[in-house]
Design a protein around this ligand. Structure first.
Ligand SMILES: *Cc1c(COP(=O)(O)O)cnc(C)c1O
Length: 398
């Protein structure tokens, strides 16, 4: 069998994919089956924080694969201990549960909050989440999400999620009742189009949840692991959440997620949580290689600096073409297009060998490798500028 003879419809048709098969990646570049090269500003959806096939991760993964794949989650293994210890040393949390995806980490956070409610808050189980939020595609995480398109799907939803408005403290306050146990949010709403919670809102939420004895759960699946210029985004706001979930960047390209909790919030008993592959050695070894790289102060400083540069270059492009503002933090940025041309730009860029993402019809999202170079940023913004010029010219002719 070759790529040309494979039936694409052997895979369930869950999303519109371009007729391109990626066969190789290195750093900020991908190659398709025809040998065409693409500059990648999607990076597996903010996943490959060290780019494609980073040597440190490849070595950790292959060495671990040749040493021990899995002894069973009912036994300790060294890589999961090493990664859990490294994570608690670098954060304000005391315990970790590893997962295979971000949704599974959030599902675990929801279970942990409900367990906490049953132990400490007379069975309170409601979690306040946010309009526009995205927490994953399991039934509970879809129910927790505030994504409009999810609303009619897979009814009935898992009960117990009430939606507040981001950056509006009184909307949260109004939803707090005797059944409330937690507030859960992304510090920057990624899938909604990169809409940040202000640092002040995060601080106010922390004060409010403390005042009411509620858990604060941060979904840092997209913002964590250095993406916004700090190892974890909550460091920008100077707050200490009770629970945090990680995914995407933590594996640097392999399926890994994590649920972290403070001693007080970490209340699972035997039998409450588990899974066959949770904390399996090769994924944790990969995660440790990623964490060692991204938690270096110099690395994080460079992420922040590249983020400022990317934002400045995008602003220049925006000014030239009459587009809107740039929002986000570090290397998680969006450009407001002010009109629904996102999909057209993404398609044009693909043709030009540039991978971009439009999370909303009127916005582009940029989530390059965290070690993207200045030159690669300029190549991308140059390419985007050329596409916008072309589209502008097309509009004038039409
Ligand atoms: C991607 C994402 C998830 C879901 O993670 P999966 O690994 O796709 O299950 C959850 N929350 C946020 C904020 C995300 O960006």
């Amino acid at each position: 069998m070759t790529i040309a003879t494979h039936r694409f419809d052997a895979l369930m048709n869950i999303t519109a994919r371009p007729p391109v098969v990626f066969v190789r990646g290195e750093g900020s570049y991908l190659w398709d089956q025809h040998g065409k090269r693409y500059l990648d500003f999607v990076q597996g959806w903010a996943v490959n924080c060290l780019g494609h096939a980073p040597p440190a991760l490849v070595q950790a993964l292959s060495q671990q694969a040749a040493t021990l794949l899995t002894p069973s989650p009912a036994f300790y293994n060294e890589p999961s201990l090493a990664l859990a210890n490294a994570l608690i040393e670098r954060s304000g949390f005391d315990q970790v549960f590893f997962t295979n995806s971000g949704a599974e980490a959030n599902e675990g956070a929801i279970k942990l909050a409900r367990k906490y409610g049953s132990l400490h808050k007379s069975g309170a189980f409601e979690i306040i989440t946010f309009q526009g939020g995205f927490h994953g595609r399991t039934l509970a995480t879809m129910s927790a999400s505030g994504k409009k398109a999810f609303e009619p799907l897979f009814e009935p939803k898992v009960p117990g999620f009430r939606k507040a408005t981001l950056n509006d403290l009184s909307s949260v306050e109004a939803l707090i009742g005797p059944q409330t146990v937690a507030v859960m949010l992304e510090p920057i709403q990624g899938e909604a189009g990169v809409w940040p919670a202000t640092h002040q809102f995060l601080r106010d939420l922390r004060a409010l949840t403390e005042q009411h004895g509620l858990l604060l759960i941060l979904d840092e699946i997209q913002t964590g692991m250095g993406r916004t210029g700090k190892l974890f985004h909550y460091e920008h706001a100077g707050i200490a959440p009770d629970i945090m979930t990680l995914g995407k960047g933590i594996g640097g390209g392999v399926p890994l997620g994590a649920l972290l909790a403070t001693k007080q919030a970490s209340c699972f008993a035997h039998g409450d949580q588990g899974g066959t592959y949770n904390g399996n050695p090769p994924m944790c070894a990969a995660g440790l290689a990623v964490l060692e790289a991204v938690s270096q102060p110099e690395f994080l400083k460079t992420v922040a600096e590249r983020g400022h540069m990317l934002a400045a270059e995008l602003q220049r492009v925006s000014a030239r073409h009459g587009l809107g503002s740039v929002r986000g933090e570090g290397l998680l940025l969006a450009l407001d297009l002010k009109r629904p041309i996102g999909a057209t730009i993404v398609a044009e860029a693909l043709g030009d060998g540039l991978l971009l993402n439009a999370p909303q019809p009127d916005a582009l999202r940029f989530m390059p490798a965290l070690n993207v170079t200045r030159e690669q940023i300029l190549i991308m913004t140059g390419g985007l500028d050329a596409i916008l010029t072309r589209l502008g010219a097309a509009r004038c002719v039409a």
